[in-house]
Design a protein around this ligand. Sequence first.
Ligand code: BES
Ligand code: MN
Ligand code: ZN
Length: 506
Amino acid sequence: MDVRCQSIDLGDASALQQLKVDALAVGLFSHQDQQALHQTLELLLSPGEHAALQARLAQRRFKAKPGECLSFERLGGTPATLIVLGLGEPAGFDLNGVRQATASACKAAAPANSLALALPLEGLPQQAAGQAMAEAARLALYQDQRFKSEAEPARGLDQVLLLGLPSDLDAQVGRAAAHCSGVELARQLVAAPPNVATPQHLADTAAAIAREFGLTLKVLDRNDCEALGMGAYLGVAQGSDLPPRFIHLTYSPAGEVTRRIALVGKGLTFDSGGYNLKVAGSQIEMMKYDMGGSAAVLGAMRTIAELRPAGVEVHMIVAACENMISGGAVHPGDIVTASNGKTIEINNTDAEGRLTLADALVYACKLQPDAVVDLATLTGACLIALGEEIAGLWANSDGLAEALLRAGEATGESLWRMPLRQSYKEGLKSGVADLKNTGPRPGGSITAALFLQDFVSQGVPWAHLDIAGTVWSDKGRSCDPPGATGYGVRTLVGWILAGAPAGPAA
Ligand code: BES
Ligand code: MN
Ligand code: ZN
């Protein structure tokens, strides 16, 4: 998809007619009498067409509420399709409104090849608006037909013109493609079934990124991990016939390194629950998405590798495996020793993500990073607390938490900070080992975060994003078609491109 900016005047009829696009979408605020729109439309439409469109708007009681959309096919005119988009009140029209409107316009235009989009962007930062539109256009039309034997015709637009933005923004808008490629990679990995997206497949994906963009890759096998004492991670992996893969991918900038960060992703390519087997109604068939954290960090690495930001060295760590049942699987009650020497009583085999992350976090902290951020589909409790649209954020550093909240806000991914309530650690006390992996049901996503914190070295700024709710959307929303969302890629990339700011650890 080619996205360009074009600063034409919507009042200029000949410029509008020369656009040579199949479809034109025009945004409209709800408070406006529809004068401004009609002035533009009068320039484009014959008086007969204009009257017909007005009748349609009236008949549909078009109120220009956010998401409201009317498309009008013309016989023989150019552009052939006109789309009127509702934007709601101007005060509430922010970058998320821009994304939503762009997504609706692209979906409405879909069978067309080219679309020109005119939104009232006064008062919004132009560059951010251009990038938001370019991303929304591509992400909203994302389709995944890899596993269908007969593909439906693709509905992608070849060309999108962003009217009213200066063409010197083209380079910036072009960079949106790199952001989208990262999100799409994450979506593809999450949506792939567990017999395809295996631990080896995640390692192969990292290898492909390393090859294409010149990154460094280290993949540790079971023996290597044993040598490092990763008993928590290997305990989870031991019930599966598929070998574990501990993946460490590194982006090094040209020139001086001023900051080193580590991104850690939960990489359970399938989570059966183990002997604490998931039961019917626990969405066991959806547990292919339990590698959503690793998909997000792989996607972010792909984008970073392509954009090559200066100054920041980025390490990606994924302890990939499956949580399965067999004669060799861990028993509920087993005690394992993590690579920092801590012993863990596995009182619930279904709290496996934190066990894999424990060894991944110990490994990440040994790199002496300026910040560590982990992403994980960690707890059903987080999905219950915050729903599908908001990820939970825990951090031992206010500066890091603020920076991630800002990045999420700017890129349209929602985060909500949650407390690391130290008194809840009581719930993880074990009578036989240093700690157990599961606390009581109340506050389950908080105790999960507190468990992880035990494996983060003192003084290392660390944040944890629980993406159990946001990794998947059954219905879809705004720029996310139904299915895998690729959540997390944009926040991580935004944070890193802003210089990966972090304050000191508390
Ligand atoms: N992968 C699940 C968390 C999950 C559940 C993500 C539902 C998305 C939707 C995780 O490994 C898990 O099973 N967590 C348990 C923890 C419990 C045993 C303390 C949970 O949330 O039930
Ligand atoms: Mn589980
Ligand atoms: Zn899990």
